[in-house]
Design a protein around this ligand. Structure first.
Ligand code: CTP
Length: 423
């Protein structure tokens, strides 16, 4: 089928990447049509890479091809995930002020909307009425999940799980869940040491937007994080990989059962990991997280001034520290194991390992995986050399060392996690 995936601007936009992946795995052609606001959460390059199709948010792009009419005409199914209160209102009113609403006006196929918004917005009479009208017109509007929302509030308004959205969408189009469904649960070892546990791994390097075409990033390839996800899946765990700008070739090597949630910036990665904390038994922060981001992303491409450029940076949240705090406050899965990573360089006066040991005690995680990146070892390479530390009586105790491929190293990390949980 030709499916249009309409993404509107909410924090849950990153979850649409998993909907996209699930639909493509089932053999469907997916065209992503984001709203302008959605592109502030997940950028066009991500959608283009994941869908293999061009992305346009404006009706004035590719006008010669009458794109805003063609996309809607040719669609066999439109899925809106997340559908914000604003998008539902514009759709109900029949506005056509961007590519997505224009597509909705020209589409004659089934439309399935997965709303995500704060509870008050979902329960507001305006939204209630908009949803009722859209349902009368034949739309399927999925009930949002209840649970913790962005910020401290909770209630109905969470975007349903990607697999649930896909199920509703394919049912509306008269199709079953498709052959991909089985493959995704295959390959798990039900008797493995992590069977029955959920493991969340962050991987890759976050990117902080500077202007529409530039970002501040780092050299992390995500290979180590992907290898950890694969090792956890093979040890029997249910695995979610929160992937920050990891190459699609690396993701393609993951076992079928691993769920991938794509993020770009530290804030998105934070939201994704915080959202998983209540379900995850083990959380591994392998991503290289940018400590700073530009105070403001320029709306237009920055121009040369001939006078140099100063960029004001503000500090990003410390995701691992926030996960440690959430667990201490009882907001996370009980008995959760938190694992940090430290890639350090050292000097003759202060070896890299000492920085890592200090970091373990400062961060308050259960295990810290240290690798020495003096002379740029580890980044982008196939092999790695690590030491795993745990805190013991106010000091860092080495509990495992390993060297070899990132996959071999990952198996040692899993063994250290199992040992820590059995302690
Ligand atoms: N980390 C995080 N949030 C950040 C920075 C780092 O969760 N904003 C996590 C990393 O994923 C890793 C661990 O914290 O698991 C250590 O990351 P590192 O960059 O080495 O630590 P920092 O706290 O940034 O310390 P410093 O830059 O001072 O070395």
């Amino acid at each position: 089928m030709r499916i249009v995936l309409g993404v509107s601007g909410g924090i849950a936009a990153y979850k649409a990447a998993h909907v996209l992946r699930g639909l493509r795995e089932r053999g469907h052609e997916v065209r992503v049509v984001p709203t302008r606001a959605a592109l502030r959460f997940v950028g066009a390059p991500t959608w283009e890479a994941l869908s293999g199709q061009p992305v346009a948010a404006d009706v004035f792009e590719r006008v010669d091809e009458v794109e805003h009419v063609r996309v809607g005409h040719e669609a066999d199914l439109v899925v809106l995930a997340p559908a914000t209160a604003d998008l539902l209102a514009r759709a109900r009113a029949g506005l056509a002020d961007d590519m997505l609403t224009a597509t909705l006006l020209t589409a004659t196929c089934p439309v399935v909307a997965a709303p995500a918004m704060h509870t008050q917005m979902w329960e507001h009479p305006a939204t209630v009425e908009n949803v009722a009208v859209l349902r009368e017109r034949g739309w399927t509007v999925i009930e949002p999940d209840s649970g913790r929302l962005t910020g401290s509030d909770s209630g109905p308004g969470r975007l349903p799980e990607p697999e649930a959205i896909i199920g509703h969408a394919l049912a509306a189009a008269g199709e079953g869940p498709g052959p991909g469904a089985e493959a995704r649960t295959a390959g798990k070892d039900a008797s493995g040491p992590l069977a029955g546990l959920t493991v969340a791994v962050s991987a890759g390097g976050t990117r902080e937007r500077l202007d529409p075409v530039r970002f501040l990033g780092n050299r992390s390839s995500g290979k180590q994080g992907a290898a950890l996800a694969a090792a956890a899946a093979e040890a029997g765990a249910e695995v979610v990989l929160v992937s920050a700008n990891v190459d699609s070739a690396v993701l393609a090597g993951l076992p079928a059962g691993v769920r991938v949630d794509e993020v770009e910036s530290t804030e998105e990665l934070f939201a994704a990991m915080a959202g998983l904390a209540s379900d995850a038994d083990v959380m591994i922060m392998a991503a290289a997280v940018a400590d700073y981001r530009p105070a403001a992303a320029a709306e237009h491409k920055l121009k040369k001034s001939g006078q140099g450029l100063s960029i004001e940076l503000v500090e990003n949240p410390d995701v691992l520290a926030a996960l440690v705090a959430a667990r201490a406050e009882g907001r996370s899965r009980s008995g959760q194991t938190l694992v940090g990573f430290a890639a350090e360089t050292g000097s003759p006066e202060k070896p890299a390992a000492v920085y890592a040991q200090e970091k373990l005690l400062r961060k308050g995680c259960d295990l810290l995986v240290f690798n020495d990146v003096s002379e740029a070892r580890a980044f982008g390479t196939e092999d790695n050399e690590i030491t795993v530390y745990r805190p013991a009586a106010g000091r860092a105790q080495a509990v495992a060392t390993a060297s070899g491929s990132k996959r071999e190293v990952s198996e040692e990390v899993m063994a250290a996690i199992v040992a820590e949980r059995n302690r």
